[in-house]
Design a protein around this ligand. Structure first.
Ligand SMILES: *Cc1c(COP(=O)(O)O)cnc(C)c1O
Length: 411
């Protein structure tokens, strides 16, 4: 926690400033500089191997595989499922461009479904599309918003369709007490700087499926017998070894391994996670409570089984014209709070119509309408309550001022 000033209002904080990396990382990096063991397969006790064991322990999964990004984890998950060329993969129409990109990279075809004004998958559209020759599903918990995982899993299990969870931005979120990322066949997380654990870049996948993880490990770049350094957490690894022997020399190597330096930065952040999640949720719910008192803002509630781990806030602007939305975003920015309106900023990577690398890009009217009013403001977990107030005051004040002007000019 930062000390807070008692003299006057607090300045609007820089929301792109991350929390410092724990000092223990520096010692681990110094040790790596001495030994120069930067490659994960140099030793049995490499930081990447230790990170995988610790992450699997934290998530309660049998296996974890650390890689270069969440995008790489999503790509490897699709490849590890053994999907044939042109297999159709159902994804939400509201996600980051990395998700459809991973599908294209795996030689599959992204199929988009509608997302509602609460940023969660429209289950009627999801179910309708699931019966259109879908081979796999990626559930992207966009900005940590969890869709109804009970309904999704039962629809997919009834059809034997595997579910990959894109939990890039959901580390620490739970659904009915279960950790997000452990509900589908495989879960993928990101360590990019804007996520709960920051290594600049990095990703990890978790699963209980020995065959799936063996395939992903080999394709991630465990050439020759480097797979012998991968174990099942806390138990004998005979089913894993059998899977590795089955797949030895059968799969291409994509070399998406994690560097030991990244693992050295990540490992000391794991004990900080519970605090970050707690503080992030307190900050989010505090700002949401204030915004929801205004008729012009709507922060949708989460679903009942969900406990969130937010480091940003999303809200919809209510009863405003396009011009008023733009004026609100511009005035907030001028006062120090960057508001991203997903559908209104040029070339936004989260607006599906900009994913023009997809053949026959569909129209999704409901998702489009949501994106034209949905706003995104970063709310790093390190913020104090007065700093949260400073941000909220800017948002509420900018709204008052643009509406006041509109009234004054009679529009
Ligand atoms: C950040 C993010 C990704 C991509 O993660 P990288 O590690 O940068 O590849 C994918 N999906 C979602 C929902 C994200 O927030």
């Amino acid at each position: 926690m930062q000390p807070t000033s008692t003299a006057g209002p607090v300045a609007v904080p820089d929301v792109h400033q991350a929390e410092p990396i724990p000092a223990a990382a520096r010692e681990a990096i110094d040790a790596l500089m001495q030994t120069a063991d930067l490659f994960r397969y140099n030793s049995d006790e490499a930081p990447v191997t230790l990170l995988e064991a610790e992450f699997a322990e934290m998530m309660g999964t049998r296996y974890a595989l650390a890689v270069s990004s969440c995008s790489a984890a999503l790509f490897l998950s699709l490849k590890a499922l053994g999907l044939p060329r042109d297999a159709r993969v159902l994804i939400p129409g509201f996600t980051f461009a990395a998700v459809p990109s991973s599908v294209i990279h795996a030689d599959c075809k992204p199929v988009l479904c509608e997302v509602g004004t609460n940023y969660r998958i429209n289950l009627a559209d999801f179910e309708a599309k699931l019966d259109q020759d879908i081979a796999a599903v990626i559930i992207s918990h966009m900005r940590g918003h969890t869709s109804d995982m009970d309904a999704i899993m039962s629809l997919c299990e009834a059809r034997s369709i595997p579910v990959i969870e894109d939990a890039a931005h959901s580390l620490g979120t739970t659904w009915g007490g279960e950790k997000i990322g452990t509900i589908g066949q495989v879960g993928c997380f990101s360590f990019q700087s804007y996520k709960m654990i920051n290594a600049g870049e990095g990703g990890i996948l978790v699963t209980d499926d020995a065959d799936l993880v063996a395939r992903a490990v080999i394709m991630s770049g465990a050439y020759e017998h480097n797979w012998k350094k991968h174990k099942r957490r806390g138990e004998n690894s005979s089913d894993l070894e059998e899977a590795f022997e089955r797949w030895q020399n059968q799969l291409p190597l994509y070399n998406l391994r994690m560097n030991n330096l990244s693992a050295a930065v990540i490992r000391p952040q794991i004990p900080e996670l519970a605090r970050r999640v707690r503080d992030g949720l307190v900050n989010h719910d505090y700002v949401a409570g204030r915004l929801n008192q205004s008729p012009w803002f709507d922060v949708p509630p989460c679903l009942a089984p969900e406990v969130r781990a937010p480091d940003s806030i999303q809200f919809n602007l209510v009863n405003l014209s396009d011009d008023q939305v733009l004026a609100f975003a511009a005035l907030s920015a001028q006062r120090g709070v960057k508001v991203q309106v997903f559908g209104m900023s040029t070339d936004n990577a989260r607006a599906f119509w900009n994913w023009q690398f997809i053949e026959d890009l569909p129209e999704l009217p409901q998702t489009r309408a949501m994106l034209m009013r949905a706003c995104d403001v970063r709310l790093p977990v390190r913020l104090t309550q007065p700093e949260c107030d400073a941000i909220t005051d800017v948002l509420l004040g900018a709204m008052d001022d643009i509406l006041g002007e509109a009234r004054a000019y009679g529009t």
